[in-house]
Design a protein around this ligand. Structure first.
Ligand code: FMN
Length: 326
């Protein structure tokens, strides 16, 4: 399949693996890139620019194909060493960066000068247009269904994607709720040039996370996610568990007076315990509604090949037959 996204990133299939905290290690990114998609290492998960440099080098040993690095710009009292991370990306020869969170404008000149293509993750049309206007090469449009931070507008992809298509000139991928060939064909129909998946890629053999997490995704239905931190305007879609129930109780009791400190036990530094040790109730972890469409744990290559085969069948057989019959 050839789209503006496969052309832009020099990849075989228009499928991107979005940055994921404590999932986006070299094993994950390399498996996706080797299978013809675009794998992405999660920058901040590495803990320091030095470690990111090592992770980039490790990924390069595992694949000769293009891969990217995610840089998430979060509001923080003591911000991470972003200049250091950017230096590691540039010196590591990475040519694709997925930015997310705050406006990446400040960091674009350095990235552009190094010939790096930037895809910014956005949850609204207005942020997508802003990304286009500051010189991003593409956007990843993240609908309300998505795992992680869906923003505060609550517009699902059936509306958000065609709205993005109406306004954007640069290519974009559909993100949030994407799982299979049906998702890909739908995303293309709605105006996207490919798709980005997070949650679905966690339930793969190569995902470097504890098997308990993969099994939780297979067991979960589309009804099992919850939105947390709404009162803090930092909404996150997570899988329901004991910690999330406790957190939501606190939100109910404290109302608009709630502060981050009140929920730090449920959200602060919990990822390693969940992803590495498989302690499923240790805290809140991002998960999309798409969990309802995850029924197995294939290899990344099996997953991507299946998606492309299914998409081809839908386009060449199902849709063509319907169009001809009309
Ligand atoms: C466990 C997990 C961790 C994530 N961590 C990040 C992150 O650190 N930075 C980021 O930009 N997006 C992060 N995301 C969002 C994904 O990159 C992607 O946009 C999202 O998962 C798409 O929705 P889906 O899960 O329905 O496929 C995370 C998602 C998950 C499931």
């Amino acid at each position: 399949m050839k789209t503006r996204i496969t052309d832009l990133f020099g990849i075989e299939h228009p499928i991107i693996q979005g940055g994921m905290h404590f999932v986006g290690f070299a094993e994950m990114a390399a498996a996706v890139s080797e299978a013809g998609g675009l794998g992405i290492i999660t920058g901040l998960t590495q803990g320091s620019p030095e470690n990111l440099a090592k992770e980039i080098a490790r990924c390069r040993q595992m694949t000769t194909r293009p891969f990217g690095v995610n840089l998430t710009f979060l509001p923080a009292l003591t911000p991470p060493d972003y200049p250091g991370y950017i230096k590691a990306i540039i010196e590591g020869g990475v040519k694709i960066v997925e930015t997310a969170g705050n406006n990446p404008q400040k960091w674009l000149p350095a990235l552009k000068e190094a010939g790096i293509k930037v895809i910014h993750k956005c949850t609204s049309v207005r942020h997508s247009l802003k990304a286009e206007s500051i010189g991003c090469d593409a956007v990843s449009v993240d609908g309300f269904e998505c795992g992680g931070h869906p923003g505060e507008d609550d517009v699902p992809n059936f509306i958000l994607l065609p709205r993005a298509a109406e306004e954007l000139k640069i290519p974009f991928v559909a993100s949030g709720g994407m799982a299979d060939g049906r998702s890909l064909v739908a995303a293309l129909s709605l105006g996207a040039d490919g798709m980005n998946m997070g949650t679905r890629f966690m339930a793969t053999r190569e995902a470097p996370i504890h098997d308990n997490v993969k099994q939780a995704l297979v067991a979960a239905s589309e009804l099992d996610t919850r939105l947390i931190m709404r009162p803090l305007r930092n909404t996150e879609r997570v899988l329901k568990n004991a910690a999330v129930d406790r957190l939501l109780d606190k939100e109910k009791q404290l109302g608009s007076a709630i502060k981050f400190q009140d929920i730090v036990a449920e959200v602060g530094g919990v990822y390693p315990r969940i992803m590495k040790k498989g302690e499923m109730d240790a805290g809140a972890w991002s998960c999309g509604m798409v969990a309802g469409l995850i029924h197995d744990v294939p290899t990344v290559k099996e997953l991507i090949d299946r998606i492309m085969r299914e998409a081809d069948e839908i386009i060449a057989s199902r849709l063509t037959r319907m169009a001809k019959a009309a």
